[in-house]
Design a protein around this ligand. Structure first.
Ligand SMILES: [Zn+2]
Length: 392
């Protein structure tokens, strides 16, 4: 599907610009008109990290006239393995400032705007409204959903990418012409189910593979050339060295971009994504089982002790057969610990996996090293094991 150019061309290119961009100008599809559109374009990059590094550098080199950088973090030595926009001497410096300096060095004709802030519900609409297109290089689900919702509410396209170990994904979400991120991923994964790059690692060069796809798509959307990744998800496997793309359809029931949207303003993204503490996240990494795995344990007759850490009223609405109710508070104040069996493997669950991850951290600290929790909690149990049960 080809789409009209997003940006009107600038009035003219200077002699310097013609010299600098000559290898673009002689490509028939780009030409003078395409380069003038890039000059007039305002692109915002969310995050100056793994994906933001190559994205900002190539967007700058390509001659995008205005580049915004949102990042509140500082450069750490562990970033340098992949965040190539920063160098050794930038360690300790604000990422947005370090990135801006590199952009200016690559192309002094670019107008760089630094947003040295954390993107929040209070500033995201205001910041996004100053740009034509967003490049999303964030690494957490709460920000991803916020970026998506703000872009859809403002009617702006954005280029999304994600990376983990050897696997990358990219797409262009533009609700006017195709699906949004919520059409593809209606719900965030249960807390503790998907490790971040900080926990699981990422091959440095994968950032360039996916970041360059994002820039490629940004240029196509801005200038109206080619067939952008609207309604398609690009999946890259660096170990197999395979790219494949799958169709993503717009969900007519999407709560954000569907026919009868129920989300008409920004929501509480931390609550939506069930964000949990670092300690809980660490406890859950490698100690999270699925509802189906719990079911198999029970069918095999494994010697487990299943604990529901929700509250009494929640337990009464729906519960997993065999679960003993011990609310989270009794773990936090320590009273539940002495009654726990030492000879059985403890399996925790709650509604969605957030509270059970917090309790898991308490148990691990208390020496129950083989304890696990159920990712997605009772909601996942109902969905995958017994859909006849009620949810709340
Ligand atoms: Zn949607």
């Amino acid at each position: 599907m080809s789409l009209p150019p997003l940006v009107e061309p600038a009035a003219e290119l200077t002699v310097d610009e013609v010299r600098r961009y000559s290898r673009h100008l002689i490509i028939p599809d780009v030409g003078m008109a395409g380069q003038k559109r890039l000059k007039n374009a305002k692109v915002l990059c969310v995050g100056a990290g793994g994906l933001g590094s190559p994205a900002l550098m190539y967007l700058a080199a390509a001659g995008v006239g205005t580049l915004g950088i949102v990042d509140f973090d500082v450069v750490d030595e562990s970033n340098l393995q992949r965040q190539i926009i920063h160098g050794q001497s930038d360690v300790g410096r604000l990422k947005a400032e370090s990135a801006a300096a590199t952009v200016r060095e690559i192309n002094p004709l670019v107008n760089v705007i630094i947003h040295n802030v954390a993107l929040t519900n209070d500033n995201v609409m205001d910041i996004f409204s100053g740009y034509d297109l967003i490049v999303d290089g964030t690494d957490n689900f709460a920000t991803r959903y916020m970026v998506n919702d703000a872009a859809v509410l403002l009617g702006k396209p954005y280029v999304w990418g994600s990376i983990y170990r050897f696997d990358g994904q990219a797409s262009v979400f533009w609700a006017e012409h195709g699906p949004c991120y919520r059409c593809l991923y209606p719900e965030p994964p249960p807390p503790g189910m998907v490790p971040s790059c900080a926990e699981g690692g990422v091959l440095g060069v994968l950032c360039a593979s996916i970041g360059s796809i994002q820039v490629n798509e940004a240029i196509k959307v801005l200038t109206g050339i080619g067939d952008p990744l609207v309604g398609r998800l690009m999946i890259y496997d660096a170990l197999e060295m395979k790219y494949r793309d799958v169709k993503v359809r717009k969900d007519p029931e999407c709560p954000l971009c569907g026919k009868n949207p129920s989300i008409t303003e920004l929501i509480d993204y931390e609550a939506f994504c069930g964000t949990i503490s670092d300690e809980a996240q660490q406890a859950a990494a490698g100690s999270t089982i699925t509802a189906a795995e719990l079911r198999s344990m029970q069918e095999r007759g494994d010697d487990i002790y299943l604990i529901d850490v929700r509250e009494q009223n929640e337990y009464e609405i729906v519960n997993i057969p065999g679960a003993v109710l011990i609310p989270k508070g009794e773990f936090l104040n320590g009273s539940a610990l002495e009654g726990l069996p030492q000879d059985k493997r403890i399996v925790l669950h709650c509604k969605s996996g957030a509270r059970s991850a917090e309790v898991l951290a308490v148990l691990k600290n208390a020496g129950f090293s083989d304890a696990v929790h159920v990712g997605g909690g009772v909601l996942s149990w109902v969905k995958t094991v017994d859909p006849s049960l009620p949810t709340y």
